[in-house]
Design a protein around this ligand. Sequence first.
Ligand code: EPZ
Length: 417
Amino acid sequence: MKKIIINGGNTLSGTISINGAKNSAVALLPASVLCDESSNIYNVPNISDRDVLIEILEKLNCNVIKDEDAIKIDSSKVINTRIPMELSKKMRASYYFMGSLLSRFKHVEIYFPGGCNIGKRPIDIHIKGFEALGAKVQIKGDLYTIDAEELNGANMTLDFASVGATINIMLAAVKAKGRTIIRNAAREAEIVNVATYLNNMGAKISGAGTSVIRIDGVEYLHKGMVEVIPDRIEAGTYIILGAMIGDNLKIENIIPEHIDALLSKLTDMKIKYILEENSVTISKCNDIRPTNLKTAVFPGFVTDMGQPMMVLLTQANGVSMFEETIYENRMGHVKYLNKLGANIKNGNTNAVIIGPSKFYGTEVEATDLRGGAAMVLAGLIAEGTTTITSIEHILRGYDNIIEKLRNVGADIKLIDE
Ligand code: EPZ
């Protein structure tokens, strides 16, 4: 069993460089099967979700060549359109193959996806979008069989600005006949990244990054390339760490506009940082102000930063209120923060955090990906040794986390026993 062991309390200084965004890469890799030739994706993070997606691409008969953080996918000879249950369920983003295979082959068989257990996470909005384009969706247990004789552009308004549904419907519409308009589309940067890739291969998508996306269907996608944008959640996680135990800790390779909501919250909390063109430098703040925080869709405060942010709130001088508005069950980490010494009272979607609290190392579990990141932050600020189990959640989304933290002075290691 793999575990992370942390001896907390070290001050961190130096530079952490941010890798490509997990949530972009996990959409770009499935999008690659829309290409009728081959394409290159650069700056792909080295995370276990990447490896699962490559396994799926190979199952579909893509030829995938990895060269450090570059991946070349030859998708000209895709023959399969069925994704086995075991691979579908290994991660959430397997569902992007619904849109891409449907668009190119008018047929896909796939199982309900896996991913972090942070709520029910239905995919009804994706399905409604496919149906609006003319697809027939049959659901037997967890198996989804989606077929279309022809896909035709359609006008639709999403019930909720879902990131996954926006991307999936965009993928499905790329090769549909005529114009699709998606209203109330999600505006997250990952959507722009996917649209940039598809347009580079000849797709006609406009408006990505706004709430109205227009897609004019094309028949063929030629060779193309894209670079994965920097991971704003990875960046935010380390920035928060800097505010608690940094000494001029520099987080570089960021796009400041993508972390605006986090930076303005830090300013609210009287935490100082130096913002440059592509970096943030931050040091320990000794008088953190409490604040109230509510997660929201972009450009609001991203839900994925909520759990790491709660660790910072435990160090504030006073009472903070936290509300999660996207998922019904994203508080699994709280019991472990309390075990470490926090004073948090929580319901399913809200919490009262009474700070400041001193943390003492103990055994904790990574309940999900960002809950796991919260445990790493908590262990690093704690006195003594913290052991984190179920760390496969963390490795799904944080590239090289152990090395990166060791390089800036953390006493952290991964053991496999
Ligand atoms: C993506 O999930 C990310 N995952 C999540 O990353 C992230 O939390 C989320 O977007 C919001 O930013 C990937 O990119 C693989 P949604 P996604 O569709 O697409 C409801 C992380 O930690 N909904 O925007 O699944 C849904 O239940 C994670 O990296 C429906 O009701 O998120 C949720 O309450 C975890 N029906 C809300 O919308 C649908 O058909 C937002 O979901 C689709 C979604």
